[in-house]
Design a protein around this ligand. Structure first.
Ligand SMILES: [Zn+2]
Length: 389
């Protein structure tokens, strides 16, 4: 799966597999992990990378990003995806799903084409795993920073066209279950093996649970873009919390969701069912200031990206920071926080057969962090794509 097929031996690491923390060696041969264990007995393959006691974790996986380093998914170019790839790799991310925002059918087709090229030809940093289609089949009431002009009922024809273009590279579709045609769309997507995420939705609890029965299995940025939790009408947020069948995305920056509400998600879902995401915009990795998101003006101040109306519009969070926040704000252990940023996202989009943990046979993707969670190096398919000076 990985586009790079390099070999490397990482020694003297504190391995966070993420199920255990152990001193050891990881050996990657031709892009695939061939050994994880004690130093003695490790085969010698490729150049040696001395981790000098730093944490060696599975590469972080971000399944919800709109831009970074000045590149925006909606630019519809391989160059913009390349900017994102390079920027994310500086923060331990080894694979990501570019997410669209609501746009016309022809625009989405153009973007799908760029994502396909970037995934197939490869990028220099984090790997493009495929596409996250976020909208356009959402509820205008909960549009967030999505442009209302192109919000429309769910269309099987449109989904067939985009699936025809992308095939298995269409990994995740976020829709609102209450919009016209949504349930048939869920069933169709499920039959193609594509994960359906519920979000930008005003669904009641019953509507959310009906969508679960039709095959939806994931929740888009829990608590954001949905009605608040009410004790007589728990809504989509309530369904996200109590239905174990849903994995739940969390923008773990302490801005999008109050730390107490993040704690509620953590206690309800546990470290097994939370997927840390960043929901970044193109300003991620750049200085604060004014930027554009899907034709709307956005201002980034004090780590928060807002529309001129004051509404939040994505983030400038990094996955490494999200992991650190999960430890500081939720009290998660390091293995738990890493799991929420590697194995859980891989499982959510059916990529855990080849990604998400340091296990023999999986892709040779790893991140190396100091004990403060600063990224020291990022390895994709056995290739060091980032190394701190
Ligand atoms: Zn988003």
């Amino acid at each position: 799966m990985s586009v790079h097929k390099h070999s490397i031996t990482i020694v003297n690491g504190q391995l966070v597999t993420p199920f255990q923390v152990m001193e050891g060696t990881v050996v990657i041969e031709d892009g695939i992990i061939v050994y994880v264990g004690p130093k003695d007995g490790a085969p010698e393959v490729g150049p040696v990378f001395d981790a000098q006691g730093a944490y060696v974790t599975p590469g972080l996986i971000d399944i919800h990003v709109h831009g970074a380093g000045g590149g925006d998914v909606m630019d519809g170019t391989v160059e913009s995806l390349e900017k994102m790839s390079e920027t994310f790799s500086r923060y331990g991310t080894t694979a990501f799903l570019p997410a669209t925002v609501t746009a016309s059918q022809s625009e989405l087709r153009r973007i799908a084409g760029a994502v396909k090229r970037a995934a197939q030809e490869g990028t220099s940093g984090a790997q493009v795993m495929g596409l996250h289609l976020e909208g356009p089949f959402i509820n205008e009431e909960k549009k967030g920073a999505q442009n209302p002009k192109y919000i429309r009922p769910a269309s099987l024809e449109e989904l067939k066209e985009i699936q025809g273009e992308l095939g298995p590279l269409l990994k995740l579709v976020t829709l609102a279950p209450e919009v016209e045609g949504a349930l048939s769309a869920i069933r169709q997507l499920r039959s193609w093996g594509i994960t359906v995420s519920l979000g930008h939705s005003d669904a009641s609890y019953d509507q959310a649970m009906e969508a679960y029965l039709w095959g939806a299995s994931h929740i888009c940025h829990t608590f954001n873009g949905m009605r608040g939790l009410h004790h007589r009408e728990p809504g989509l947020a309530g369904a996200a919390l109590v239905c174990d069948g849903f994995s739940a995305e969390l923008i773990c920056d302490g801005i999008h969701v109050h730390p107490a509400a993040m704690q509620l998600v953590y206690r309800a879902k546990g470290p097994e069912r939370i997927v840390l995401i960043t929901d970044t915009i193109s300003a991620m990795g750049l200085p604060e200031g004014r930027y554009e998101l899907g034709g709307l003006e956005v201002e980034v101040v004090d780590g928060a990206a807002r529309l001129m109306s004051g509404n939040l519009a994505g983030s400038t969070l990094s996955m490494a920071r999200a992991v650190k926040n999960a430890m500081c704000m939720l009290g998660a252990s390091l293995p738990e926080a890493i799991r929420m940023a590697s194995l859980n996202p891989a499982q959510a989009v059916n990529m855990d057969r080849c990604k998400g943990s340091l296990v023999v046979g999986k892709d040779g993707d790893a991140a190396i962090f100091d004990h403060d969670l600063n990224t020291l190096a990022t390895i994709v398919g056995g290739k060091v794509v980032y190394q701190r000076d």
